[in-house]
Design a protein around this ligand. Sequence first.
Ligand code: HEM
Length: 224
Amino acid sequence: MAADQAGITFVKRHALDVRITHWIVALCFILLALSGLAFFFPPFFFLTALFGGGETARILHPWIGLVLALGYLYLFLRFVGACLWHSDDSRWISRLGQVMSGHDENLPEVGKFNAGQKLYFWAMALLILVLLASGVITWNEYFAHATSIPAQRIAVLAHSIAAALAILGFIVHIHMVTWEPGTLRAMVNGTVSGGWGWKHHRKWLREVVSAGRAKPGTNAPPAE
Ligand code: HEM
């Protein structure tokens, strides 16, 4: 823990490697969504200008997808331990109304990630896997000879459905980040205020403190 000039105590939440990877994944996701929308809906074709035209957008899209998949694999390995599902998560999510209305006195204390964050983590893992597999099947420049036309048709459908769900999930993810003020700095500075930790992730804060990784008056401790 470290106290700033205003007397607020900050606790380390995400390490630098996680933050850099997360923002690479986020940038790739936005580029993929923009180019994907341009391919899917003719009125959005003008977006391909961002990539230097339709042809270059079509060439770049699968490569950006590969970078996203590798980046997410790294995030997956770093987060999977903290995103395993426990019985408290089922209790927490079944009382989501209380969470949303702020009457959370009777809810289980939350660890590093809440049940909603865990669901997002697992949903994105599954959707990125589908996007990767279906994307490779339709990557005709390299794999046309290895796939049949019916397989490509199914892959295009699966790719479009998974992309639409991932974009919906992404919108919810952004909404939740802005809904909990103080969350964005977890992925920017890597720290959160002690008050934020106490309010949203009390079990995690207790663990950080009891493991001795939060030392008042020193620089922020290592994440996780
Ligand atoms: C501009 C877009 C984005 C913003 C502003 C954003 C913001 C954040 C923030 C602040 C956190 C930390 C939450 C915490 O510590 O409690 C986080 C976590 C995370 N982000 Fe993002 N993110 C963005 C895009 C993405 C994308 C595109 C993906 C995946 C494809 C993603 C995957 C994750 C995952 C898996 C976590 C950890 C679990 C969770 O909090 O749900 N993020 N994000």
